[in-house]
Design a protein around this ligand. Structure first.
Ligand SMILES: Cc1ncc(COP(=O)(O)O)c(C=O)c1O
Length: 389
């Protein structure tokens, strides 16, 4: 029988750092322990009914049963442009500066293929959503990690990167509100980053999937496109997944610099055939009428955040109160390795939390809690942690 060895790009993938946790979970489950997972960043609340109704109506239209437009229906791209205008006061030309995505993950994964040649350097801020370095690697690029440290509020130290590196860097991946640290970007940081990117002709790939999960009007996260000059250098990835509880629907968008959007569109035209148009029409409804629901979801997450932060502090665990995202980033007590600590918590309490090192080396010493469980289950998880930490 032939062996069919995997291509180098697969065998080169970094080890799956959550394997130890998965193993421990299976073991604990086999003991009959009631497991509560605070591990996964997938909203537990359903998609609002009006979006489902819109899908139902749109799915009945035969015209929607055919291949969709590769880069998105005009109505969807127009709705994205209007949403960006309403939310961020950013002007976008829907025809040249907006492309639909099969979830932002798809766009992020494909983007380096459009702008990196083999050996080109990409900077990836870390701890990070794992797709960025993998996407660079798949495109044959070279990854240089830029640490996000607590003392810098988890923003990259742009001066520490050095001019030679900036000169070589074709792109930099940033993500605010950040997964996993929950950090948010400041106006000043975005302005300094855009200045660097313009000086060194570096593409900014900004992942903004969590901008709508904030807890206070005064902390409303920014889009990098609000920064003067950003459109010369930046593309922003966004999504309906987290804002409207639509992770399963696979709908997102990339917006910004027309050349960057065009390049991504060219890749997509060659590898996929767009999003089911009925989903796009439902997405239009979400973008136009979803604000009120997003507001409700924020309230739910805020309550959960308060429960978790209060519980952790009661247990003597250091953590900051996040201003956005649905994650709490907390310090592992006593300096234990994060994977060991999370394994032990799971074995002792049946609660799954994620080791920080799984998101990159600077995440060592931390663990992440996802606020995607609510009500009594969350109370139960928190009291188990408080009793056992
Ligand atoms: C930081 C970040 N970006 C992007 C995504 C992908 O979201 P989607 O593909 O559902 O739009 C996720 C999902 O967890 C994420 O955490």
């Amino acid at each position: 029988m032939p062996e069919f060895p995997f291509a180098d790009r697969l065998t080169k993938l970094p080890p799956y750092l959550f394997a130890a946790i998965d193993e421990a979970k299976a073991e604990v489950q086999a003991r009959g322990v009631d497991i509560i997972s605070l591990g996964i960043g997938d909203p537990d609340m359903p998609t609002p009914d009006f979006i489902i109704e819109a899908l139902y109506k749109a799915a009945k239209k035969p015209a929607n049963h055919q291949y969709p437009s590769y880069i998105g229906l005009p109505v969807f791209r127009q709705a994205v442009a209007e949403w960006y205008k309403g939310r961020f006061d950013v002007d976008l030309d829907w025809e040249s500066e907006v492309v639909s995505l099969i979830g932002s993950k798809e766009g992020i994964a494909h983007f380096p293929l459009a702008f990196l040649n083999p050996g080109d350097l990409a900077l990836v801020c870390t701890p990070n959503y794992p797709v960025y370095p993998t996407a660079v690697d798949f495109a044959g690029g070279e990854v240089q990690f830029v640490p996000l440290l607590k003392e810098n509020d988890y923003l990259p130290d742009l001066e520490a990167i050095g001019d030679d590196t900036w000169r070589r860097a074709k792109m930099i991946f940033i993500n605010y509100p950040n997964n996993p640290t929950a950090a948010v970007a400041t106006e000043d940081f975005y302005a300094r980053l855009v200045e660097k990117a313009r000086e060194f002709e570096t593409i900014i790939a900004s992942d903004a999937a969590y901008t709508e999960l904030y807890f206070d009007e005064k902390d409303k996260p920014l889009s990098i496109l609000q920064t003067p000059g950003a459109k010369e250098v930046a593309i922003e990835f966004h999504s309906l997944s987290k804002t409207y509880n639509m992770t399963g629907w696979r709908i997102g968008m990339a917006v910004g610099n027309a050349k960057l959007v065009e390049g991504l569109g060219k890749i997509k035209t060659n590898v996929d055939s767009g999003i089911f148009q009925a989903v796009q029409e439902a997405g239009v409804e979400a973008l136009k009428k979803g604000d009120h629901y997003a507001e409700q979801f924020r309230k739910v997450y805020k309550d959960r955040r308060d429960t978790v932060v209060a519980g952790l502090r009661k247990a003597g665990i250091e953590c900051e109160e996040p201003k956005a995202s649905f994650y709490v980033w907390a310090k592992v007590p006593g300096g234990a390795p994060s994977t060991e600590f999370c394994k032990e918590i799971l074995q002792r309490t049946g609660v799954v939390v994620t080791p920080g090192v799984g998101f990159g080396q600077p995440g060592e010493g931390y663990f992440r809690i996802a606020l995607t469980v609510g009500g009594q289950r969350l109370d139960e998880a928190v009291s188990r942690l408080v009793e056992n930490l």
